[in-house]
Ligand binder design. Structure first.
Ligand code: SAM
Length: 320
């Protein structure tokens, strides 16, 4: 099998699969105003491809790309009707690393069955630890429910990381409380610069809280030194004097497109080579190996060389 590679040496090794494009939180960077009223609350949206079709697509992509990692996302992947079947199906394809990104709302119940089905690690998105700020960011109550989910995941042996999108004037007060919580559980937290996506695509600047500002805030309480960046990592990491590690995903101020190895598959069977790209490439179950290869080459050619340039699609649609 000849490797699909671009002129910068980039290949696809990580597949992010958006299992569905609905969510049970209404985070203000994903969802605008009263659109959140349309959010489902545990319903199974009819628009996702059936499990067998999504799995078959993953199988065909793996045959071409020899994937290292599949990350399940959405929307909210824990709302997917047969999540456990999906995880077991991916495990049976022989893909080494199965990971998931979740808001953690349903994690307490699903952590153990996910682990038993083959899940290795979960990234939990948590933008605030204070209830009022959490409500402002996500339009839902109950930080405690997410913290219980995190503890359940740790208890059953899942690797856990936290992700927090920091928005100026909204939750920048939460950086140290979130960091202290992560350190208390001995887990890694990564702070994300806001990306110009969806309804914020032309006004993300006003909310951008940069990597340097995040580091300055952390420096009020901790001393830290940088760690070497791992190949294709989205985050830069630092280590505190007492050995805790935290990261910053700085799409804007420290872009990492140059060695990006991610391919996205949405819940309708479209692929995207780049988050900056608004144009879905539709896969068809009748595509033969050659047709699929051409589509993958096209997706790879759409990767930005240097940095994310913004997208009218929200992460909810394309998969975070
Ligand atoms: N529902 C799941 C969750 O909350 O983790 C998975 C999907 S969510 C879209 C995936 C990640 O994308 C979350 O960590 C979220 O904070 C992040 N995200 C969404 N929109 C973003 C934006 N405009 N800028 C930065 N991160 C964003």
């Amino acid at each position: 099998m000849q490797v699909i590679e671009d002129k910068y040496g980039r290949t696809f090794k990580t597949l992010r699969v958006s299992l569905l494009s609905t969510c049970n939180l209404g985070c203000i960077y994903c969802v605008q105003g009263d659109e959140s009223l349309k959010l489902t609350n545990g319903a199974h949206p009819a628009t996702s491809l059936p499990l067998s079709e999504l799995l078959d697509t993953i199988r065909r992509l793996h045959a071409q790309l020899d994937l290292d990692t599949v990350r399940l996302t959405g929307g909210e992947p824990l709302l997917y009707h047969d999540l456990i079947g999906m995880i077991a199906g991916i495990r049976d394809l022989g893909i080494s690393h199965i990971k998931l990104t979740t808001n953690g709302f349903l994690l307490q119940r699903l952590a153990l069955p996910m682990k038993q089905a083959g899940m290795e690690s979960v990234n939990v998105s948590l933008d605030a630890i204070g209830e009022e700020v959490f409500l402002q960011m996500s339009r839902r109550h109950s930080v405690q429910r997410i913290l219980d989910g995190i503890d359940a995941a740790l208890d059953c042996g899942l690797e856990v990381k936290l992700n927090a999108v920091i928005m100026r004037g909204k939750n920048d007060s939460q950086i140290l409380p979130l960091l202290n919580f992560a350190f208390s559980r001995n887990i890694r937290i990564r702070f994300l610069e806001i990306m110009a996506m969806g309804h914020l695509h032309d006004q993300a600047d006003k909310y951008l809280f940069t990597r340097d500002e995040i580091l300055r805030e952390i420096g009020r309480q901790y001393r830290f030194t940088p760690l070497d960046r791992l190949q294709s990592s989205t985050a830069g990491y630092w280590k505190t004097g007492d050995g805790h590690v935290f990261g910053v995903i700085a799409n804007e101020s420290q872009p990492f497109c140059h060695d990006c190895n991610r391919l996205r598959l949405d819940s309708h069977g479209n692929i995207y080579g780049c988050l900056s790209d608004n144009h879905p490439i539709a896969l068809d179950k009748t595509d033969d190996e050659n047709a699929l290869r051409l589509k993958l080459e096209e997706a790879l050619s759409r990767k930005q060389a240097l940095k994310f340039t913004g997208s009218e699609l929200s992460m909810l649609e394309i998969g975070g």
